[in-house]
Design a protein around this ligand. Structure first.
Ligand SMILES: *Cc1c(COP(=O)(O)O)cnc(C)c1O
Length: 367
């Protein structure tokens, strides 16, 4: 045991001198031009992200949660509607559905932790309006099947792509498979701001126009209010930081994939390693293993200086507000939630860190 070893799950400090100076310069530029609210950087990042995903429009929103909420609202989803989503995600995914007045309905998951299309099919009723899949951990859902289900049942398909910026399936980017898709760019995400940030991407001009109004208190031409909404505008400072960071996004993704590939080799046969799609690219927002005796393993890692996280310890349908919501039987979700563990996989890790973490896991199982 190495008593001095301390590997944090994430380290959000900006320690690189050049990077810090660059970011400060970008912020200073905004202080000079003074367009602090919806400045030119917001429009520029909207265009950059839309282009990156292969979509026509991007609408910058002040968080991933609000992007999802306003996106659902822009399709008129609300009271009396049901929206089918996964049972394993950050609780924001269920909350945004409930906040529109609609009912979240919870599907089971597949072994790769993503929504199971067969479970979705079982849950469709006459009230179902939309499907909201999550590309969990940065691995794409089975989109061809979900697209077909949406088509056959005349349902809106919205991607919660918060964890999957840059992920692909058949060379198509996350965010390009649906009527509209939402990203979070909070500091923990793959493309990260230095504060809260989100975006909706879509090809539909009506949805674009609606979102421009919804993100500013439901107003038109600044003052005329047509429906109640929130202030969801994206901050110009965050937009400037994102514009800089998106230039390096492929480097970031490659680094994450390198780390994942090292772990895959070191942990093979010891725990279940993440399942990448055959025709897809995962971006490893988290590197989530499936492990026997998960809780003991977590403690053992902690005692050896390695911080890990369980994302998430409670299924959304088991959270207090959703205990009586409709759901499938969730056999797989209930089995997997006891086994999942996210180990450190951020870009600051060294090769030695990775080898050390893998060796501790190996020691836990094999002595
Ligand atoms: C991060 C996240 C969100 C919410 O994004 P915020 O920017 O933190 O509001 C929503 N859904 C999923 C799957 C997420 O991981």
């Amino acid at each position: 045991m190495d008593m001095n070893k301390k590997i944090p799950f994430l380290d959000l400090r900006i320690t690189d001198e050049r990077e810090r100076k660059k970011l400060l310069k970008l912020i200073e530029k905004i202080f000079y031009h003074g367009r602090i609210v919806l400045g030119p950087e917001v429009e520029a990042i909207e265009k950059r992200i839309a282009d990156y995903c292969g979509r026509k429009y991007g609408i910058g929103i002040n968080s991933g949660t609000n992007a999802l909420y306003l996106c659902l609202r822009s399709f008129g989803i609300g009271h009396g509607d049901e929206v089918i989503t996964t049972s394993l995600s950050w609780i924001a995914t269920a909350n945004v559905i409930a906040l529109t007045g609609a009912t979240p309905v919870f599907a089971d998951i597949q072994d790769n932790l993503n929504i199971d299309p067969d479970s979705v099919k079982k849950l469709i009723t006459s009230r179902t309006r939309a499907i909201l899949p999550v590309h969990y951990t940065g691995t794409m859902c089975c989109m061809p099947k979900l697209i077909q289900i949406a088509k056959e049942n005349d349902l809106i398909l919205i991607e919660d792509a918060a964890q999957a910026f840059g992920a692909t399936l058949n060379d198509i980017k996350a965010g390009a498979f649906s009527d509209a898709a939402c990203f979070s760019m909070n500091p923990m995400k793959v493309l990260a701001a230095c504060g809260e940030a989100g975006i909706v991407v879509t090809d539909r001009s009506d949805i674009y126009k609606k979102l421009i109004s919804l993100r500013y208190n439901g107003t038109m031409n600044k003052e005329k209010c047509i429906e109640p909404s929130i202030n969801g505008r994206l901050d110009t400072l965050q937009a400037a930081i994102l514009l800089h960071r998106i230039n390096g996004i492929e480097t970031i993704i490659n680094k994450r994939r390198q780390i994942a590939s090292l772990y895959n080799n070191l942990l093979q046969g010891i725990v279940t390693t993440p399942m990448e799609n055959k025709d897809g690219r995962s971006v490893y927002y988290t590197y989530t293993i499936q492990a026997n005796n998960r809780d003991e393993l977590k403690k053992y890692l902690e005692n050896n200086g390695v911080e890990t996280k369980i994302q998430h310890p409670i299924l959304m349908p088991d959270q207090m507000p959703y205990k009586s919501n409709p759901r499938d039987d969730l056999t797989n979700a209930r089995r997997l939630i006891k086994r999942i563990l996210c180990i450190p996989a951020n870009e600051k890790l060294t090769l030695n860190d990775i080898k050390y973490i893998a060796s501790i896991i190996k020691k836990f199982y094999h002595g």
